[in-house]
Structures are given as structure tokens and as C-alpha cells.
Design a protein around this ligand. Structure first.
Ligand code: NCD
Length: 371
């Protein structure tokens, strides 16, 4: 823990003096000052969901909506968006599999006029020659203005942030999914999807989270966001060995967010405003990885087509994707407006446009733009 008097110093100064051990040991709520823009309190680096507040979430949803509208004008609108970050570059460093997150970040960057580069195979970066993570990240920052990073190690993104806070090229880093811990930009697009589906109202929702709640980083990040909303109730439905971890439950208790664990999925469906399905993340099962194919999910954690009849009229079914058999395929193109996961996927791109714009303090330009 850093001593109290050091907090009196300018944060930039502390950031340059502090060791990795000290930095990583700072409690999350105290770490926010090293991540957010000190003037706007919007994220600069994006590490975890706890650094977002209600104001920044509302703002990002608004900016995402507006950017989407502007983009409909193929000529002037798109040129305007492209002018915002023209001449800057982003690197997408994804050393874990990704389709949606990678593509939506890359497209979002291009919508804003950024040049994009990527490293997706760590064996092609100098890390493979034994270069430290610190040197690798510092090197990236020599060439680009933004790094988005997905890494199997939970602490990798944080280390990158620490390195750049210490350096003379303090460019922003965004966590595109780190270990089984957090995936804040997925939570952001999930909130944006709820916001859009319920006429801009996220408060007072019952959200049922189903599947691998232990290793699914999306449900963890989304749960943290709930501190920003009123009257939320979470219902967790998971196999007994994959239940939501204690750290999240403690967080929910501390923030007086109501939650319960439910073993009977069918019982929870009629209560839900949002059903958030997830897949069983068996890639984390060490040693068992050699098995060919994936085990089918138990019927108890599968959304069957007939369950649509149990859902409220105005409710939605979400999934961060990729999905397997936890949702009946009949749902995919059945035309029921409550099946929202393909739209949710596209919302990801707009949420990331909004986030990157806000990181570079261009959100006001988007909101002010006259269509
Ligand atoms: C998720 C992830 O990578 O955490 N996917 C995503 O980013 N949309 C969920 C998953 O892999 O199941």
C-alpha cells in the first residue's frame, strides 16, 4: 500500500515513482485515479468495470447512439467521424482467441479514422525471444496512440498500464479481456444493449445470469457495473462447481445490490427482464484440454426454444458469444424481437466507438454534431 502522504503528490508524479508491486497492491477504488482522466473522470486506461461511474456510462450510451446516427450519413457523417482521430494509430494485441472483440475494436477504430495494426500470435512478437512484457508494451507505445490488449494472464493489462504510466509515452491501454477476471468493454456493450432495449432505462431490472459464472469474465464485469444502477436484482443460475465467486458476491453485498442463487432455471425465466446466457468455458480446465470436441451443456443450463413462452413480453435474451449449445439454434433466426444477441454483437462496435472517442476527449464533438 502506498503511504498516505504520497497521495498529496500529483498523481502523474506518483505514477512515475511507484513500483509494480506497490501499484498492483493498491485497492481497486484507489487505483481509479491512475486510470481515469482527472478532469472528466471518464476512463483513460480501461482496466476494470469498477472505474466507470453512472455519469460516464450514461454518456457513453448517448455517444454510441449519436455516432451510430451520424454514421448513417455515408458521406458527410462518416467523413466527420473519420476526421476525429485521423492520423492516429491503434494496435490490437490479442494473444487469446477473439472474433467479435477484435473485429469490433478494429472497425470502431477505423470508423474514427485511426490506422489499425494487430498482433494476434504472440510467437510473432519479441516476447517469443524472451523480451519482458514491460519492454514489449513500451515498444508498442513507440509506434501507436492506443493499445487494446487481450491476454490469458489476469494481470497483463494492468502491468501494461503501469509501464506506460511510468514512461514518457503515456498512451491509453484498453483491456479487451484479461484472464478469467474482467472484460469491461463487453460489460459496456451489454449495458448499452439493455439501455437500448428498455428505452434508455437500465434501473430496476431483474437480470438472470446463466452458465459458467465462475470463469466467465463477462458476467463478472457486468455484475460490477450494477453499483451504478438502482433497484437491480441479479439471479445466478450455474452448475454447483461453476457458481459466481465470493469476491463478486461480497461486492454486491457491500453495494447493497440484491442477488440470489437459483438452481431451477425455468423458475427464474418468468421473472427476468434480461436473461444473460453464457457458455461453459472449458478451455480453463487444465489438463483436460486434450479432449476432442466439447461436452454438451446440461439441460438445466440450456435455453430451450419452448422457454420463449415463459419469458415476459418485454424482456430480452442476451449472450456475449461465442455460443455453443446453451441456446437452442431455433432461436437464432426465429424473428422474436426478444432474441437480441446478434444486435448486442453490433452494439459492441458502437459502444467501443463511444469509449475510444471519450478516451481521446472527442465525445463532445460527436454529441454536438448536427445531423
Ligand atoms: C467472451 C470472452 O472472451 O470473455 N467473448 C467475448 O469477448 N464476446 C465470452 C466467451 O469467451 O465465452
Amino acid at each position: 500500500m502506498i503511504e498516505k502522504n504520497r497521495f498529496n503528490k500529483n498523481i502523474g508524479q506518483i505514477a512515475r515513482e511507484i513500483s509494480w508491486e506497490e501499484f498492483s497492491a493498491i485497492e481497486e477504488k484507489d487505483k481509479v485515479v491512475f486510470l481515469n482522466n482527472s478532469k472528466t473522470n471518464n476512463p483513460f486506461h480501461v482496466l476494470f468495470s469498477q472505474q466507470f461511474n453512472r455519469k460516464s456510462l450514461d454518456l457513453l450510451c448517448k455517444v454510441a447512439d449519436k455516432a451510430r446516427l451520424i454514421h448513417k450519413d455515408r458521406d458527410k457523417g462518416r467523413k466527420f467521424l473519420k476526421s476525429l482521430l485521423f492520423g492516429t494509430y491503434a494496435l490490437n494485441f490479442f494473444s487469446q482467441p477473439s472474433s467479435r472483440t477484435f473485429l469490433s475494436f478494429e472497425t470502431a477504430q477505423e470508423i474514427l479514422g485511426m490506422g489499425t495494426k494487430d498482433i494476434r500470435d504472440p510467437s510473432t512478437s519479441s516476447e517469443a525471444k524472451g523480451e519482458s512484457m514491460e519492454d514489449t508494451i513500451r515498444t508498442f507505445s513507440s509506434y501507436v496512440d492506443l493499445v487494446v490488449m487481450r491476454h490469458p494472464e489476469g494481470k497483463a493489462v494492468e502491468k501494461g498500464i503501469w509501464v506506460l504510466n511510468n514512461s514518457d509515452r503515456r498512451i491509453p491501454i484498453i483491456n479487451g479481456g484479461s484472464g478469467p477476471d474482467q472484460h469491461p468493454t463487453q460489460a459496456l456493450l451489454d449495458i448499452y444493449t439493455i439501455y437500448k432495449s428498455f428505452d434508455k432505462k437500465v434501473d430496476n431490472k431483474i437480470i438472470v445470469m446463466v452458465g459458467d459464472l465462475l470463469r466467465g469474465r463477462t458476467v463478472r464485469s457486468l455484475s460490477y457495473f450494477m453499483k451504478n444502477y438502482k433497484g437491480i436484482k441479479l439471479i445466478f443460475v450455474a452448475p454447483s462447481h461453476l457458481r459466481m465467486k465470493k469476491d463478486i458476491k461480497d461486492f454486491l453485498k457491500r453495494h447493497k445490490i440484491s442477488y440470489q442463487e437459483e438452481s431451477n432455471f425455468k423458475k427464474a425465466i418468468p421473472l427476468a427482464d434480461v436473461i444473460y446466457m453464457t457458455r461453459i468455458q472449458d478451455e480453463w480446465d487444465k489438463g483436460k484440454g486434450k479432449q476432442k470436441g466439447h461436452k454438451p451443456v446440461s439441460d438445466k443450463f440450456r435455453f430451450k426454444a419452448e422457454y420463449l413462452n415463459l419469458m415476459k413480453k418485454k424482456s430480452i435474451i442476451m449472450h456475449p458469444l461465442p455460443k455453443r449449445d446453451e441456446i437452442d439454434v431455433e432461436l437464432d433466426y426465429c424473428g422474436d424481437p426478444r432474441v437480441i444477441y446478434w444486435r448486442q454483437e453490433r452494439n459492441g462496435m458502437w459502444a467501443r466507438v463511444a469509449l475510444i472517442a471519450a478516451i481521446f476527449q472527442k465525445e463532445k464533438d460527436i454529441l454536438k454534431y448536427r445531423i
